[in-house]
Design a protein around this ligand. Structure first.
Ligand code: HEC
Length: 484
């Protein structure tokens, strides 16, 4: 699931350093700046509680997890001296606020007392809501069309009747993909009016009824028990998470790439500016992306580096791709060609990873389920239409386009269960069917053997396609409703 908050998160495994640091807990720099025991009356010492520390006036938050004895420890190298506030995450529990913690020369301690949460519903993840509700898998699956923009809590706390929900669903459908409650952007092309057939009308009515059945329209509380997933255990607790607040709540970091200097570059799903974060200082620098279609929703989605280290962005409803040179800070853009540049045109991905092979960059066009290829020398743009001859009522939607080492393009058909390939030399298009029905293949990557790896959003699996053997392998995510 993509990040919807103005925050970047980097995770480091620390299995090895954990033991090494533990052996030398007394000395400051090599020991722990802050440690303590997390416990509750219900469980005694608690494993897998996330403890987060944030220094006053800093935009960096460090998180560690408690071990099987309930002990949490922040390495001294991660917390510089200063005044820190602490918060915890352990679903079902709140903590008494220990107040400001002063970290100085000596190692500090703070034991944390937890008690049953006052408002469990406010702590549930989307997966936990889906686990809890009494609904069919198809009904639960339909909620995966809501979680891109906000949490399910917002929906399940509502009191809407089916009639009211039908209107809410219309409003949701009028929002551009990058909308979220802090920054609403309207679609130019009204997808609803365009697509509203009898079948869709019925589906909308059914969904409205289902939603009014699982929210608070009929009862003071939910007509099902709220269930929680277990906390991290054992090796899963050996980690340090570093989070960076970005300059505004409306920044929606979508893709993130590290450059050779270790800076984290990100596309901004909702705003016309990409950013660079220096993970050492937490400082963020932003660069304005040109506007191609004034009045259309702003923001970029996919971000990839070309072999020369330039970054490329899919410009969504601005209907083009942008190349950014991190040395000169200059942008160059290409717009979707003539008949394919209309109100519903939506370019999510730019795929320059193998452009050194033949000087060409791939991109998809979601409004039309087509793929474009830009010849960088001439600026000429070709269009490939894998689903040109599909039958009435069949729905296709090209989500990602992924070049292999010869710059052949693989693509994922999100509305279905296809992986496709366009041969770079001949233009021949081939389709393969993923074994899991309705898998909804989403983002993909190529490995060193030119095999395609992809998330199966609705199949809850990771898939791999080996072109040499024309064979799929799939792995189910260990947690239900992970929606890779
Ligand atoms: C493209 C982004 C987007 C998607 C997808 C989306 N929403 Fe929303 N939703 C929003 C935004 C933005 C708001 C806040 C503004 C508003 O209320 O219109 C919101 C608010 C809401 C609210 C609270 C406001 C109210 O009127 O009660 C409900 C309920 C809701 N959404 C239901 C849904 C459901 C159900 C789905 C899935 C079928 C869904 N949303 C999908 C963007 C989205």
């Amino acid at each position: 699931m993509k990040l919807k908050w103005a925050m970047l998160t980097l995770v480091f495994a620390w299995t090895a350093s954990h033991a090494a640091i533990g052996a030398d807990a007394a000395g400051m720099k090599s020991g722990f700046a802050l440690s303590g025991i997390v416990s509750s009356a219900e469980e005694g010492p608690m494993e897998g509680v996330l403890v987060s520390a944030k220094r006053a006036n800093s935009n960096i938050t460090i998180t560690v997890a408690s071990d099987e004895k309930g002990r949490y420890q922040f390495p001294a190298s991660r917390l510089e001296p200063g005044s820190y506030s602490l918060r915890i995450r352990a679903v079902g529990f709140d903590a008494d606020d220990p107040g400001a913690i002063s970290i100085g020369e000596k190692s500090a301690t703070a034991d944390l007392k937890l008690h049953k949460a006052k408002d469990l519903a406010a702590q549930l993840t989307n997966a936990e809501w889906m686990l809890s509700m009494n609904a069919t898998e198809a009904e639960k699956g339909s909620l995966l069309n809501c979680v891109q923009c906000h949490t399910l809590e917002r929906i399940l706390r509502s009191k809407h009747t089916p009639e009211e929900f039908a209107k809410v669903l219309d409003r949701m459908g009028s929002y551009a993909n990058q909308s979220f409650p802090f920054h609403v952007q309207k679609r130019k092309a009204d997808r609803l009016l365009e697509e509203r057939g009898e079948y869709r009308e019925k589906a909308r009515q059914k969904q409205a009824e289902f939603l009014a059945h699982v929210n608070l329209s009929a009862n003071q509380t939910w007509p099902y028990l709220l269930q929680t997933l277990r906390r991290p255990m054992g090796r899963s607790t050996h980690m340090i998470v570093t989070e960076y607040d970005l300059p505004r709540k409306t920044v929606e970091p979508h893709d993130v790439i590290l450059d050779a200097q270790g800076n984290a570059w990100y596309s901004n799903f909702g705003e016309q500016a990409v950013g660079m974060l220096d993970p050492k200082s937490g400082k963020v620098t932003e660069f304005n992306v040109p506007i191609l279609k004034p009045g259309f929703p702003t923001g970029e989605l996919g971000m990839q580096a070309d072999p020369a280290g330039n970054f490329w962005f899919g410009m969504m409803f601005q209907a083009g791709v942008a190349k950014f040179d991190p040395k000169t800070h200059e942008f160059q853009t290409w717009s979707a060609p003539g008949e394919f540049n209309r109100d519903m045109t939506q370019i999510n991905m730019a795929a320059p990873q193998s452009s050194n092979v033949d000087g060409k960059v791939w991109t998809q066009n979601n409004g039309f389920a087509v793929i474009h290829r830009i010849d960088l020398a001439s600026g000429k743009i070709e269009t490939f239409q894998p689903f040109k001859d599909t039958k009435e009522g069949e729905n296709h939607n090209i989500y990602d386009v992924i070049p292999d080492s010869h710059n052949n393009a693989y693509f994922t058909d999100f509305a279905n269960e296809h992986i496709g390939r366009i041969d770079a030399k001949t233009g021949e298009i081939k389709l393969w069917v993923i074994p899991t029905k309705g898998a909804a293949p989403r983002r993909g990557q190529i490995d060193g053997q030119d095999r395609v790896w992809f998330g199966e959003y609705k199949g809850n699996k990771i898939g791999m396609f080996d072109p040499k053997r024309e064979k799929f392998t799939e792995w189910t995510a260990p947690t239900a409703y992970s929606a890779p």
